[in-house]
Design a protein around this ligand. Structure first.
Ligand SMILES: [Zn+2]
Length: 160
């Protein structure tokens, strides 16, 4: 694999999550939190970053990703959970596509890393970025939702 050349080609190619360690760690933790995916699944090896949501809203950190392989049938679909730090929706889509919908929270901890990477800066995570990641999961808990509307999506049922 020609490692050096990926730097300038980030906009045209899928970017493996091993190049974005904060996001990779976030994904591991959020999957663990949701209890959805086999913990043996290696995020950093299997998932690729495609693009960020372009809506421009400060409290949105939605990302489009892709798995190397298509998802197992039983995984396809969507999971929503509301937390004290935003609403997260995991969309397992066709052909291995994956959408991490992250709404209603301004400080999703991978945002600065993604912003760096998109301008070609693949330096190691800063101390602030690592701390932001740890902080996010430190007191994260699920919130009950009865019926509210977030980003046009009706949240009716939350597990856990
Ligand atoms: Zn958005």
């Amino acid at each position: 694999m020609p490692k050096k050349r990926t730097k300038k080609r980030v906009f045209n190619h899928l970017l493996p999550l091993k190049r974005t360690p904060i996001l990779c760690e976030f994904m591991k933790n959020i999957f663990q939190f949701s209890g959805r995916l086999n913990p043996k699944f290696d995020m950093c090896k299997n998932l690729y970053f495609i693009r960020m949501c372009g809506c421009g809203q400060e409290d949105c950190a939605t990302l489009y990703l892709k798995n190397r392989r298509k998802w197992k049938k039983e995984l396809e679909g969507m999971e929503i959970f509301n937390t004290n730090k935003g609403v997260v929706l995991l969309h397992f889509e066709q052909r291995g596509h994956f959408k991490l919908e992250a709404l209603d929270y301004v400080a999703y901890p991978y945002k600065t890393e993604i912003e760096r990477v998109l301008i070609g800066d693949f330096s190691k995570p800063t101390q602030e970025e690592k701390e932001a990641l740890a902080d996010y999961f430190r007191e994260l808990h699920k919130k009950e939702v009865s019926a509210t509307s977030v980003g046009g999506i009706e949240l009716i049922e939350i597990q856990g």
